[in-house]
Design a protein around this ligand. Sequence first.
Ligand code: UDX
Length: 447
Amino acid sequence: MNVTVFGVGYVGLVQAAVLADVGHNVCCVDVDEAKIEGLKKGVIPIFEPGLSDLVLNNHERGRLAFTTDAKEGVDHAELQFIAVGTPPDEDGSADLKYVLAVAGRIAELMEDTKIVIDKSTVPVGTADKVRAHMLGILEERKKELDLYVVSNPEFLKEGSALDDCMRPERIIVGTDSDAVEAKMRELYEPFSRNHDKIMIMDVRSAEFTKYAANCLLATKISFMNEMSNLAERMGVDIEQVRRGIGSDSRIGYKFIYPGCGYGGSCFPKDVQALERSASEIGYEAKILRAVESVNYAQKEKLFEHIQSFYNCDIAGKTFAVWGLSFKPNTDDMREASSRVLLESLWKAGARVQAYDPEAMEEAQRIYGTRDDLTLMGTKEAALHGADGLVIVTEWKSFRVPDFEQLLKELKDRVVFDGRNLYDPERVEALGLAYYGIGRGRSIKKFL
Ligand code: UDX
């Protein structure tokens, strides 16, 4: 099938590459000329394992094209994906200006039937807005053309995006047209061959499903983080509790890892946006508010532990920081806990020597050159001359450090671990002080 994807950001590019890989003819459109030119030469604007090869292969085979010419994209296919960003507005609600701009462009240029597919995470009612906006333009153009707007939210996770897209757990399609349903089934047939993964529902329910999923996942994390705060105060080890409750199949082991808060481009934005949508219709979403406020506080957790250890006197200290991205296998630092930590450390007069396997360029872009930040080439180099080590992201390469080197290099022999990577007893037996998240048994000293 011919498919057009507007927006070569994370979601759009991954979706386009995966659709091309199963044999569809995909045309990607973006207003960013540099990005499009780069993609034609194989320069991938984001880091995602496997994406570069997939894009290159399919581009070479002629199944994946890139253009800034919207007309070319609109003429290419009946199926028109909108996968542009929906950044938070000043008040936290999702800003639809990019989605509506693309929809408007399609309406200005279309000459035959189009099925417009909302892939971006958009609030309930957006498909109706998109349709009304497009019909208005068609009316001005005096064109009577068939137009369908479908909600087809994306559930991919950064770092495992290709796998999530190739082997989706479900494909949500919101439409009330049988003809459109048939087309969407044909499009996704290669992903739904062994088990029927496609769930057809009405458009508004499909839009809501995406928010409900992300908000529930964020709730699980904030719940565990709240439990970890209690654990710290009650002399309980949250890691033992995590295993204890995860074994209950109704709870499960996934997404109950306590840590120094969730970040990224989705959870913080989506929780806020649903909270906003709720208050617009006069409903106070108390759980969502609590999820957000627990997370906000949790991002301060590492700094609080550092302040406790040093009796609030860290001016002039140097901290090695391992991990800057909001989670492993990405270079994305949007809403990352590392940013809250770095900024708190700097405010208190400390210096940072940071290392991340992928996010160094991103850190450089965000913070530029400053005296209190040195970006180091390896995790070992980040330790040279540091007083303590702070771990913010659970990259695999941090899981088995050379503890002897930590002992030798860290002047204050202390590790603040925001992701509970180590066994406190083992680390302490080596002679290092260790502060994890919710590990009440090991932090009796400052209870
Ligand atoms: C998320 C959803 O998982 C995905 O379905 C949706 O399409 C987009 O949003 P992503 O933002 O890529 O994906 O990250 P995810 O892997 O879900 O992690 C989000 C944050 O939660 C990270 O900062 C991570 O460190 C944190 N997290 C996750 C925890 O603190 N504890 C956990 O148990 C799991």
